[in-house]
Design a binder for this molecule. Structure first.
Ligand code: FMN
Length: 434
């Protein structure tokens, strides 16, 4: 039997049926009111039949005003009651076959699209630099707003538990709000939420404390952090280790390691794409050579903390996944994009029908040569990166509609279709929210 099929007991006592987790992928299929709907149910039904130990939801937002995308699910105190039956349906299908369904909880911070907020919230008023995409200049949060946001995270955690989700994950990676607090180049505050890494971690640690008190000791609580932001003067691997040590003391059940932000999309393995090149930092060569992008970091981290680790990004072959667990770099393997190409690919891998998950991202391109990701032109690189990401959004939407993924669609066409879908979601959002 492969080690990937072995059960795993979390510190809280809950048991995972195997070592694979579907990583969080934003679904962008909610209606204008940002409620979960039958598309979520239909999507997670497929994944729950795919023999995956944990299904992490896409980022569920704690504040409707600051979404990652207009099609996000958001849970608000003022309207959550209406949403409870829908969330219960989602949880019911997502937990079938003894699958864990964990809600990823997030706040987009300064990465809220400009169409949704011209003045998003952030630790400080440091704006995002992305050519061709509109992001508002953020406003530094007041102490009251920080406290309100911490309460919102805990509230959404409680709703997740009450509606049948079997765990939660706090999204503290990829340049969203909680990760912005951790980054010294984005968080310039001089109060108790800025300066030392202890202060910058305060919002995250307060959320964990609040969630543990509210949800109890036997409910899985996970956190996703970056190994680094890969920005000069930004969140470093030393910072990341310091945060992991604090989480170790706080007692969480699973720490997921990723890396990068919108400006440095290393989470997707895009080492040659630097959306904001004046601030980029090169990833270490040893990491580039590996199949999984953040494994060398977790090998080191593992020696310093006891929390079970999950690594996400790049895993495609069964051998590499087994080797990572066997050499104790992590306990759980996170898988994202292959599950958009084939929702049952993990099942096939565990049953020995295939040895390699589909790696569509390696061949996708808006065109050959200088039009590809390897183009010397930064704008073309960025266009490829956005188009490839759209290609995966399109597949998620198709699966949620009961269709098969369309693997032959050109990424540039996917980019245009996704743009239209997004516009429709924005219009619906505006209709509901005035
Ligand atoms: C379409 C798409 C949506 C994503 N949405 C999220 C998200 O909501 N939350 C999150 O933490 N990561 C998100 N990610 C990042 C994935 O969780 C994962 O870290 C990344 O895809 C690398 O893993 P992979 O190489 O197995 O795909 C997303 C990635 C993709 C491709």
């Amino acid at each position: 039997m492969s080690i990937l099929e072995e059960k795993f007991v979390l510190p809280c006592g809950q048991i995972l049926k195997n070592r694979i987790c579907k990583a969080a992928m934003t679904e962008r299929i909610a209606d204008g009111n940002n409620y979960a709907n039958h598309f979520h149910t239909s999507l997670y039904e497929k994944w729950a039949d795919g023999n995956i130990g944990i299904l992490l939801t896409g980022n569920v937002q704690v504040d409707k005003r600051y979404l990652e995308s207009a099609g996000n699910v958001a849970i608000e105190k003022s309207s959550y009651k209406e949403q409870i039956p829908l969330l219960k349906n989602w949880a019911e299908v997502g937990t079938r076959n003894n699958t864990q369904l964990w809600m990823q909880i997030s706040h987009a911070g300064r990465q809220t699209p400009g169409e949704l907020s011209i003045e998003p919230l952030a630790p400080s008023n440091v704006g995002l630099k992305i050519p061709g995409v509109k992001y508002g200049k953020p406003r530094a949060m007041s102490t009251e707003e920080i406290k309100d946001t911490i309460e919102r995270f805990v509230f959404v955690g409680k709703i997740a538990k009450d509606t049948g989700f079997t765990g939660i994950q706090i999204h503290s990676a990829h340049g969203y709000l909680i990760s912005e607090f951790l980054s010294p180049d984005i968080n310039l505050r001089t109060d108790e939420f800025g300066g030392s890494i202890k202060n910058r971690s305060r919002p995250l640690m307060s959320i964990i404390e609040g969630c543990r008190n509210e949800l109890g000791n036997d409910f899985p609580i996970s956190v996703k952090i970056n190994s680094a932001d890969f920005q000069k003067g930004g969140f470093s691997s030393e910072d990341s280790i310091a945060v992991a040590k604090m989480l170790n003391k706080a007692g969480i059940d699973l720490l997921e390691i990723s890396g990068g932000t919108y400006e440095q999309p290393r989470l997707l393995g895009l080492d040659n794409v630097s959306i904001n090149p004046d601030r980029s930092e090169i990833r270490k060569e040893s990491t580039i050579a590996r199949e999984a992008y953040f494994l060398s970091y977790t090998e080191e981290l593992k020696k310093l903390i006891d929390i079970p680790l999950m690594v996400t990004g790049g895993f495609r072959s069964k051998v590499a996944m087994e080797a990572a667990i066997n050499k104790k770099a992590c306990e759980i393997i996170g898988i994202g994009r292959p599950l958009c190409v084939d929702p049952f690919s993990v099942k096939d891998l565990l049953e020995g029908k295939i040895n390699q998950l589909p790696a569509a991202e390696k061949t996708l391109s808006i065109g050959p040569g200088w039009l590809s990701l390897k183009s010397p032109f930064r704008l073309i690189q960025a266009l490829n990166a956005f188009s490839i990401q759209s290609w995966f959004y399109i597949q998620i939407k198709r699966i949620s509609e009961g269709l098969n993924p369309d693997l032959l669609i050109n990424p540039f066409k996917a980019f245009r279709i996704d743009g239209k879908n997004n516009k429709k979601s924005i219009n619906n959002y505006k209709k509901f929210n005035g």
